[in-house]
Design a protein around this ligand. Structure first.
Ligand SMILES: Nc1ncnc2c1ncn2[C@@H]1O[C@H](COP(=O)(O)OP(=O)(O)OP(=O)(O)O)[C@@H](O)[C@H]1O
Ligand SMILES: O=P(O)(O)OC[C@H]1O[C@](O)(CO)[C@@H](O)[C@@H]1O
Length: 674
């Protein structure tokens, strides 16, 4: 049984300069497991161990280790016992104090098990004692995932990161290089700084920065930058990269020629998927030439789309910054008559930033991400939902990831220097569509478009990212000294680990989630359970992507739309129904009061709607019949216009308007937030 069908194929990538990259290209394949084979689990785990085995310099070179020069002990005060005398430290406790990690130390990445059997009754479990270890109703509770029909345990262990007791380099002979590639990311300087600090702790004296990414290896006039504790001491206080970044660059052979010429023994590469692919190719080429060079990556991307990682540094900061833009859009929208705020956030292939910023801000009504196709027009389209939001709330805020809805736009086929497709501007497109739509239906709408693109990444790392960067930078150096090469370091399932590069560039991370979406067992995407559906979908998204645990959902109307045409696996079903429209349709039929309990409505909202004539609008054609329904009252555009003109309208100029507003705001905690 071959559990490891060739996952990688060679691919040539042409840059603007005409250089070719020869490298592995991600090809996602599912392991072909024959569950009827009684030994499948053994094979699976053997395959896993082989895949996640860390490439080591001794795989190609005959090297002898030496005791490490890294010790935390030097900087610690001598431990004393309760009488104040120095403690008797034996070898073992000394190791522990130095935090050495042994090569056979593993961190549990995930447990795979079959979800189906978890729902079977205890009687069945008795027959299969090995699955009784999971005591909870949902496999998610145990952070596990099912693969086999019998739901047995299959652990996935990966190598723990940290300093080893034995190292494979003489520190005073080492020349170490650091390079930062791809786009900017908060925290690059923090990682550079920690790498330099840690190298110096080992005793390395020759540390250089390669300027402007892989370009620095060949572009004339780009000199390497000498690095030391003194140089990097305060660089973490600034955003950007001390070394500069770039896309594109020379081919792998040229880079390795240059590494050889410079005499670099350790190369620390900070970057995203493309950078990792490049680093892996450099590692392979060094191996072919039997060079003793350790290539270690630190995953960097605000997009957070690197496989297996809980999160990549810079992501947290980007989300935090994105929230500021969302808040501005919210303030604009909320303060305008029929205000619609539109925020475009980065995320070429993934919606992590958009999704997290939307969830954390609590101010987003519609979140559109590349992973989920959506319709703009039609009864389940975004525009129709916006209409509804304007009618019911009086304002709306939309967040769109830059890679979302590219189907609507004309493709230029242009690529950047790294070969990444240059996307068309979905934000501008949606903005035009919204304006046109509201003009066409004769409803005024005040659309404000905010594009904070570079602002969310051109900034200093926040506290949480700074901590992550510190640990990752240190572990990168420990990995290199331990003799590993062609590895990356990250935080996976809350553990700091080392992973072989090919495993993290196998496919972009959101694909995992799309696979989940396509699972027909997931009933919560059906129309009936639409309210559970959208919440569940968000939680699923986060869990599937192994981001931080989600303890509860904010009370927001975040949703995804699935166009009728799209459907998954040929089904013409909307995966996720329009929560508001569908639920309101249901309300229409049952003629229940809009004040009846709705888990999506806070008490704040009830107060606001009841006391705020501005929001008490509902068009005849959409609306709920019934005079009692003050919230969903007549929002006929003509009458609205009339209201606007009349002196009693809250929208007309009125010297008392401010006091009215104060009254409104006073009674409305939502407005008070502004
Ligand atoms: N398949 C590949 N093989 C070799 N090198 C590559 C490959 N893809 C990209 N690179 C190189 O890696 C560097 C960074 O790639 P890219 O611009 O795609 O950014 P990235 O690492 O994916 O980061 P970001 O998340 O910012 O996009 C570039 O210099 C590019 O030339
Ligand atoms: O404009 P640049 O520098 O190419 O960077 C844009 C890209 O960077 C990323 O944030 C990745 O870092 C993408 O989401 C985005 O498309």
């Amino acid at each position: 049984m071959d559990l490891n069908p060739s996952r990688y194929r060679r691919s040539d990538k042409k840059t603007r300069n005409g250089f070719l990259f020869m490298d592995v290209k991600a090809v996602a394949t599912k392991p072909d497991i024959d569950f009827k084979d009684p030994n499948w689990k053994k094979h699976f785990q053997e395959d896993w161990d082989r895949r996640f085995n860390l490439p080591h310099l001794t795989d190609i070179l005959d090297l002898k280790p030496r005791p490490t020069t890294f010790s935390l002990k030097k900087r610690q005060s001598i431990p004393v016992n309760h009488l104040g005398s120095p403690k008797n430290i034996d070898g073992a406790s000394n190791d522990r104090r130095n935090d050495y990690v042994y090569n056979d130390d593993r961190a549990l990445l995930k447990i795979k098990l079959n979800r189906h059997l978890l729902h079977l009754q205890v009687s069945k479990l008795k027959v299969r004692p090995e699955i009784m270890v999971i005591k909870y109703s949902s496999p998610n509770s145990a952070g596990a995932e099912c693969i086999d029909p019998d739901c047995s345990w299959v652990e996935q262990w990966v190598h723990r990161a940290g300093p080893r007791k034995q190292i494979y380099f003489e520190p005073d002979e080492v020349k170490a290089g650091i390079v930062t590639c791809g786009g900017l990311c908060p925290g690059l300087n923090d990682v550079i700084r920690q790498i330099v600090f840690t190298l110096e702790k080992y005793g390395v004296q020759r540390i250089v920065g390669i300027p402007f990414g892989y370009r620095g290896f060949f572009e004339e006039g780009l000199e390497e930058i000498l690095l030391s504790r003194r140089v990097v001491q305060n660089i973490n206080l600034q955003g950007g990269s001390l070394l500069g970044v770039s896309r594109g660059g020379p081919n792998i052979r040229e880079i390795v020629d240059n590494i050889q010429a410079r005499g670099i023994d350790m190369l620390f590469v900070l970057g995203g998927n493309g950078t990792h692919a490049g680093a892996n190719a450099i590692h392979n080429e060094c191996g072919k030439r039997r060079m003793k060079v350790s290539v270690v990556c630190v995953p960097k991307t605000i997009d957070n789309d690197i496989l297996l990682m809980d999160k990549t540094f810079g992501f947290d900061t980007a989300v935090e910054e994105a929230q500021r833009a969302i808040n501005s859009a919210y303030i604009e929208a909320h303060s305008a008559y029929h205000g619609i705020g539109l925020v475009k956030l980065m995320g070429r292939d993934s919606g992590f930033i958009a999704m997290h910023a939307s969830l954390s801000s609590g101010q987003i009504d519609i979140c559109l991400i590349p992973e989920v196709p959506f319709a703009l027009e039609g009864p389940y389209g975004v525009l129709r939902h916006l209409e509804h939001l304007i009618q019911t709330k009086g304002h709306a805020v939309v967040c769109v990831a830059e890679g979302a809805g590219q189907d609507f736009l004309q493709k230029s086929n242009a690529t950047d220097a790294s070969g990444n497709v240059v996307l068309s501007d979905i934000g501008v497109h949606i903005q035009h569509k919204i304006k046109k739509h509201f003009k066409d239906i004769g409803v005024p709408a005040d659309v404000k478009y905010i594009d904070p693109t570079y602002m969310i990444r051109a900034c200093r790392a926040n506290a949480s990212d700074a901590i992550l960067c510190t640990v990752l930078g240190q572990n990168a150096v420990h990995g290199a000294f331990a003799g590993f090469s062609g590895i990356t370091t990250g935080i996976c399932n809350t553990h700091y680990v080392y992973l072989p590069i090919p495993e993290v560039i196998r496919s972009p991370r959101p694909k995992q989630w799309l696979e989940e979406l396509a699972n027909p067992e997931q009933q919560y995407f059906s129309r009936k359970s639409h309210i559970i559906g959208w919440k569940e979908l968000n939680i699923r998204f986060l869990q599937a992507c192994q981001v931080e645990k989600v303890y509860g959902m904010r009370n927001i109307d975040l949703f995804f739309r699935w166009s009728e045409e799209h459907g998954i696996a040929g089904k013409k079903s909307r995966i996720l129904a329009n929560i508001d429209v569908v639920s309101l349709d249901a309300k229409k039929k049952s003629a229940t009061s809009p004040f009846s309990f709705d888990p999506n409505q806070t008490s704040k909202r009830r107060v606001r709607r009841g006391s705020d004539p501005i929001h008490n609008r509902w068009s005849e054609e959409h609306g709920i019949a019934g005079k009692k329904s003050r919230i969903l009252a007549n929002i006929d555009v003509v009458s609205l216009d009339a209201k606007k003109k009349s002196a009693t309208s809250p929208f007309s100029f009125d010297p008392n308007q401010t006091s009215k507003r104060r009254v409104r705001r006073g009674s409305d905690p939502i407005h008070n937030r502004c």
